[in-house]
Write a protein of this length. Structure first.
Length: 246
């Protein structure tokens, strides 16, 4: 593991700790990118490595970009024995030039883009860093009408409409390979916790229960919807794979 530090800020959200032990959910997300998350990868907003550690074995190398100093401390510890991983403690536009001199095969953002005020600028920067034919893999919260207290406490700037994410990716120069809703049943607990009960903290036990019980159910439901409708018509999140044209 290599480490490059800038230490620009800290992150006060509780969501990363509360969602650290969600193997079914995290595995489900990464399955969406399985065929394109290969080679040299740049992960933006790597947090404490909850996602990173699930894909490192299948890639050649991973540059883990995380601007929050307190999260980087945990991230470094968790990937200390991983020679494929390089940690850059910086915002994307501040990463040392030598770390991004060679273009990447894939870029990954899981629950990150919604935190960034100028999301198009980040998409354009990742387009620049990818090699032709490279893939941008994105997972973001969907449906602005679901925005509630749980979004507020982790500083979500937005939840995405499908057409909005499509437009922004195309504006940055990408070709859309897929852009689909995910986690249909996840809408229910999110509305209850964030819109009705207006909770001010993440429920780790509730998240783990949904991971063990809700994820298999919603996966089964979406498999049926896929056979009947050839798509998932609605979901708590959006998953996108966007390609930099050759």
């Amino acid at each position: 593991m290599q480490d490059v530090s800038v230490s620009p800020n800290n992150y006060a959200g509780q969501d990363l700790e509360a969602t650290a032990d969600l193997p079914h959910y995290t595995g489900w997300i990464l399955e969406q990118f399985q065929t394109v998350l290969t080679g040299r990868v740049i992960e933006v907003g790597a947090g404490i490595g909850n996602v990173t550690l699930r894909y490192l074995d299948q890639v050649e190398s991973a540059l883990l970009v995380e601007p929050a100093g307190n999260l980087c401390e945990r991230l470094r510890a968790r990937v200390a024995d991983q020679p494929k991983a390089t940690v850059a403690e910086a915002f994307l536009h501040d990463v040392a030039p030598e770390l991004v001199a060679e273009p990447f095969d894939a870029a990954l953002m899981v629950n990150v883009l919604e935190h960034i005020p100028d999301d198009v600028e980040v998409l354009e920067k990742l387009y620049e860093l990818l090699k032709p034919g490279g893939a941008l893999c994105i997972f973001v919260p969907a449906l602005p009408q679901l925005y509630g207290s749980l979004d507020t406490i982790v500083d979500h700037v937005r939840r995405y409409r499908r057409a909005e994410l499509d437009e922004k990716l195309r504006h940055a120069g990408f070709r859309i390979q897929r852009l689909d809703y995910l986690d249909t049943l996840g809408i229910v607990p999110w509305v209850v916790a964030g819109k009705i009960l207006k909770r001010k903290k993440y429920d780790a036990l509730g998240a783990q229960a949904y991971d063990r019980l809700g994820v298999p159910l919603t996966r089964a439901l979406e498999a049926v919807l896929g056979r009947l409708l050839h798509k998932t018509p609605i979901g708590k999140s959006l998953v996108a794979v966007a390609i930099k044209p050759m």
